[in-house]
Design a protein around this ligand. Structure first.
Ligand SMILES: *[C@@H]1O[C@H](CO)[C@@H](O)[C@H](O)[C@H]1NC(C)=O
Ligand SMILES: *[C@@H]1O[C@H](CO)[C@@H](O)[C@H](O)[C@H]1NC(C)=O
Ligand SMILES: *[C@@H]1O[C@H](CO)[C@@H](O)[C@H](O)[C@H]1NC(C)=O
Ligand SMILES: *[C@@H]1O[C@H](CO)[C@@H](O)[C@H](O)[C@H]1NC(C)=O
Length: 583
């Protein structure tokens, strides 16, 4: 891996005609590696090695911070993770800083695992994170910035009181992790929840504290569910339901990452009483008709934060590789973060809507549009004029003949199984229709994101699928077909799809973001300029594209900050403008 990494670096240095180091900024190994078709251009990635969960995202004094689980020693996951740290002014372009937390103490010698940041009164950020000791037993720990006057918050110090929360007897020492951002109740005590399992049931253990150091476990957990096992990376936050809910203005979302369910992030919504800490959910995990999940593809260990500058909630999720370990070793890296998404309540009030943050529009360059175009059954239309391997596409469809849709018994079918049986290559009546992305010219390779419409009793049912079965000629990569229902009514509204395509990742938002499916694909033919984008309809009924817009996307800028040197010296003026326009 080292050899190929150095050669990729060497090639880049030749291409740009200069050395690898530009004064304070290390350039060469942080831009997309040339000759690496799966390296992404606008999704967050460090220069190399393995990353997983996003940790402690925050907006602080005009700067966005993202910490994340990182193995500094190689491209595969290792328990002894550090908290890597990057900053940004726009959540698009990033400066990678020195690591904020390394395994240094007996309580975290086997890794500084996931956690969150809380901004305490007086604008003082505090990290709560999970440490793993020599026996790999878990505890919660506190760290604060070494120098609050440093605007970048580069150095962090661990509290002398650590560990500040250790598991009681009813909690296994291996099932106690990932503290949330804390919140203050009306009694001014801080509250935080920790992911756990008790008697095999997923649980959010509640702790309270007056001073953020001395924590007391509450008698009752915030919530627990016997439909799930261990919870990792819980998240708990309010969403505004103004104009939707009856009476109430706020609902609370509780998210749990479920390692026992093939790494899925599920959520529930409910009412929380901050006086009593009683949380009553509308429906339990996996118990609503919609089987609420952030994403029905690859998306895990996610974490949201309140972006106080723009009054919105922003969500990050870890997107893992689905290629082989040997491929990761050869690439020198594995894992990336989803594009940041805003989270809000859906129109129906029954679920969340996610949408790429608006700042993404800064990356758009060439644009093509298609209006009011009928797609007959069996047609495939190429979208030309943009870079199809690095694009943002939005399309909406009108369906003139849905009365013809096939019947299903919605309550009895698993949407993912339905998608697997009815892949894009299986013709239906209304659908499959949608996009073929990262496709080769002859369509041997293609990733299909599409819809099918069914009838179930008196209503229509929209199914969204991510079919990767023909995504690559390579054998040893995963080619799962994902699927979920989309809570929209095709009789009264258009069916929309947006896909962010970035070399080896396809993040798709159906029905305006009520259903998301993210996939990793590793085409052999459809790479870089050989990738094509199509819109297709393989149903017998025709559908109409009411509007399609697609954009080529520019590369986001990622640079490496060198602590010992001056960040600004010899820094390319254009890059500096992009990164530091607000500095
Ligand atoms: C704290 O950071 C400020 C701003 O970067 C710097 O001027 C000051 O010297 C730092 N203090 C210490 C004790 O390092
Ligand atoms: C910690 O907090 C609990 C509950 O508030 C209190 O009873 C206890 O005395 C505190 N311990 C210390 C060492 O401050
Ligand atoms: C699971 O919990 C629910 C309510 O919390 C209860 O009604 C149900 O009986 C439990 N099921 C099992 C199998 O324990
Ligand atoms: C459309 O269906 C036909 C026949 O089932 C299949 O051969 C073809 O691959 C499908 N087209 C797409 C774009 O999936």
């Amino acid at each position: 891996m080292r050899t190929s990494f150095i050669s990729a670096l060497g090639l880049y240095a030749v291409l740009i005609g200069c050395g690898v180091f530009f004064g304070g900024v290390e350039f060469g190994d942080s831009t997309p590696m040339k000759g690496q078709p799966y390296r992404t251009a606008y999704h967050f990635q460090p220069p190399k090695n393995c990353i997983n969960d996003p940790n402690g995202p925050m907006y602080y004094k005009g700067i966005y911070h993202l910490f994340y689980q990182y193995n500094p020693n190689g491209p595969l996951w290792n328990m002894k993770t550090t908290w890597a740290h990057s900053i940004s002014y726009d959540l698009i372009n990033w400066v990678h800083l020195d690591h904020a937390l390394n395994p240094t103490h007996p309580y975290d010698i086997n890794g500084c695992w996931s956690g969150s940041i809380t901004i305490l009164p007086g604008d003082k950020p505090a990290i709560l994170y999970t440490g793993k000791d020599r026996e790999t037993h878990e505890s919660q720990n506190l760290a604060i910035p070494k120098n609050l006057s440093d605007p970048l918050l580069i150095e962090w110090v661990k509290s002398a009181h650590n560990p500040i929360m250790t598991p009681a007897d009813d909690i296994g020492p291996l099932f106690f992790r990932d503290p949330t951002t804390a919140w203050q109740g009306p009694d001014k005590r801080w509250r935080v929840i920790i992911g756990s399992q008790i008697n095999g049931h997923g649980t959010a253990i509640l702790y309270t504290s007056e001073d953020f150091v001395n924590w007391t476990r509450s008698e009752s957990p915030l919530y627990s569910s016997n439909r799930t096992g261990m919870w990792e990376c819980p998240d708990f936050y309010p969403v505004s339901v103004k104009g939707i809910g009856k009476g109430r203005e706020t609902k609370y979302v509780l998210k749990a990452s479920l390692p026992g369910f093939n790494l899925q992030d599920h959520y529930v919504m409910g009412n929380y009483d901050p006086q009593t800490d009683i949380y009553v959910v509308d429906a339990d995990f996996m118990d609503s008709a919609l089987q609420l999940r952030y994403d029905y593809g690859r998306f895990y260990g996610s974490k949201s934060f309140l972006d106080s500058g723009k009054d919105r909630r922003v969500l990050w999720g870890w997107i893992e590789e689905t290629d082989s370990k040997s491929a990761d070793i050869e690439k020198g890296w594995s894992g990336l973060q989803s594009f940041p998404r805003t989270v809000s309540i859906s129109k129906s009030g029954k679920q969340l809507t996610q949408w790429p943050i608006k700042e993404i529009e800064k990356l758009r360059s060439e644009e093509v549009n298609i209006h009011d175009t009928e797609l007959e059954g069996g047609s495939v239309l190429e979208v030309v004029g943009i870079t199809a391997s690095q694009a943002d596409v939005e399309v909406s469809f009108v369906l003139p003949n849905i009365e013809e849709a096939e019947m299903i018994e919605q309550n009895l079918v698993d949407p993912q199984l339905l998608c697997s049986k009815n892949q894009a290559s299986v013709k239906g009546l209304v659908g499959p229709f949608g996009l073929l992305v990262l496709a080769s010219k002859d369509l041997t390779e293609q990733t299909a994101i599409f819809f099918r419409i069914f009838r179930s009793h008196s209503k229509y049912v929209v199914l969204m699928c991510g079919d990767q079965s023909r995504s690559s000629l390579t054998y040893d990569v995963e080619k799962t077909t994902y699927g979920a229902f989309v809570d929209v009514d095709p009789a009264s509204e258009t069916i929309s799809l947006r896909s962010l395509i970035d070399h080896s990742i396809v993040e798709s938002f159906g029905g305006g973001g009520v259903t998301c499916i993210t996939g990793r694909v590793y085409p052999k033919l459809a790479i870089d300029n050989e990738a094509h984008l199509y819109v297709f309809n393989n149903g017998t009924q025709s559908v109409k594209i009411s509007k399609l817009s697609a954009w080529s996307m520019k590369e986001a800028q990622f640079v490496q900050y060198r602590n010992e040197e001056n960040l600004f010296s010899n820094y390319d003026e254009q890059q500096r403008k992009i990164l530091f326009e607000n500095f």
